[in-house]
Design a protein around this ligand. Structure first.
Ligand SMILES: Cc1cc2nc3c(=O)[nH]c(=O)nc-3n(C[C@H](O)[C@H](O)[C@H](O)COP(=O)(O)O)c2cc1C
Length: 315
């Protein structure tokens, strides 16, 4: 650090306690698989480091894909928080053994852009909406805005469009939901993650029917018939987030891009939920890529919509 810059910060070359608290809060708000927050946050100087942390009872994520996507979402939040503190942020990832460490460093003073401010302000409002959306269409141009928010090197977004694609996706999700519903070990573990507070998914956060419910299937989930599910997919805005390769770093990139789009949606009072559980089955990933003509690897499915009118004030 240059002497001039250190002086501008009162001689300090590290995040203050208050700034560190802002960074920690932003990370805490990030979405994560089963709300496990599979990372450790450490702050040194002007660098905040997120270390991937394995969790017990994680058969739902045998390859750690979701852990790293979650880490990517936390990294996106960290970068937005650093921007909010008025610093440029440099993000990097490295592999230590099998585990990813992601860092975000404040490099020099820099004012955040409007989009960054908007998304940062939405950090605490963003949440998973696993219920039906309002029947109204998304406002004109929203799909393009969300794709733009998602855009990052190596990451692409693809909207599911038309009846044929919707039916193909419905079939794959229905197949995955039946596999997970019939998997006693998966169900036993999921039950452990359903808790009213702390880490884990709150019981009332589950959807009872429709597309979002299919993405986290308990033994009590009502599976809609394929054509009903296809109609729901066609009516909702469903986005596939895909990456050009399938390395641990690609999973982190997918998570960061997903979070940018999710926060952009939240900043526009849109509701959203994500699902990756069906994509843990390789046949679902390859089936999806084939039906959509994707050369990239599907990592996350996102659904966006308008919350039902009465819910807007409830948030
Ligand atoms: C990598 C990742 C995978 C997820 N997979 C699913 C999923 O398959 N189905 C689902 O309903 N929610 C899924 N979620 C949403 C999480 O359960 C949710 O973010 C977490 O419980 C915290 O709740 P919140 O999003 O309301 O803050 C996933 C989230 C992440 C980051």
């Amino acid at each position: 650090m240059s002497v001039a810059r250190a002086e501008a910060d009162g001689g300090r070359d590290s995040w203050s306690e208050a700034e560190s608290a802002v960074l920690a809060e932003a990370v805490h708000c990030a979405p994560s698989v089963h709300n496990t927050r599979p990372w450790e946050l450490a702050i040194h100087g002007r660098t905040a480091e997120l270390r991937e942390r394995t969790v017990l009872a994680a058969q739902h994520d045998p390859e750690g894909r979701d852990r790293r996507i979650s880490l990517g979402a936390a990294l996106a939040n960290l970068v937005l928080a650093i921007r909010g503190l008025g610093w440029a942020a440099e993000a990097a990832t490295r592999l230590a053994g099998d585990l990813v460490t992601a860092t975000a460093t404040g490099t020099h003073r820099s004012r955040p852009a409007d989009a960054e401010n908007r998304r940062r302000r939405a950090l605490t409002d963003r949440r998973s909406h696993r219920h039906a959306f309002d029947r109204r269409e998304l406002p004109e141009g929203t799909r393009d805005v969300l794709l733009e928010a998602l855009a990052a090197p190596g990451v692409t977004g693809r909207w599911i469009a038309g009846a044929d694609e919707a039916l193909a996706v419905a079939r794959l999700l229905d197949y995955a939901a039946r596999v997970f519903r019939g998997d006693a070990e998966y169900q036993r573990e999921l039950a452990l993650w359903i808790t009213p507070r702390g880490r884990g998914v709150r019981p009332e956060a589950f959807g009872t029917g429709g597309l979002a419910a299919v993405g986290l299937t308990t033994s009590r989930t009502r599976l809609p018939d394929e054509s009903l599910l296809a109609a729901r997919i066609q009516r909702e805005a469903v986005l596939v987030v895909a990456t050009s390769a399938d390395t641990p770093q690609d999973h982190v990139r997918a998570g960061a891009a997903m979070e940018q789009a999710w926060l952009e949606a939240a900043s526009r009072n849109l509701a959203a939920s994500v699902m990756t559980q069906p994509l843990h089955l390789e046949e679902v990933r390859t089936g999806l890529a084939q039906h959509l003509g994707l050369t990239a690897v599907p990592q996350v499915l996102m659904r966006f919509g308008l919350p039902v009118e009465a819910e807007v004030g409830d948030r």
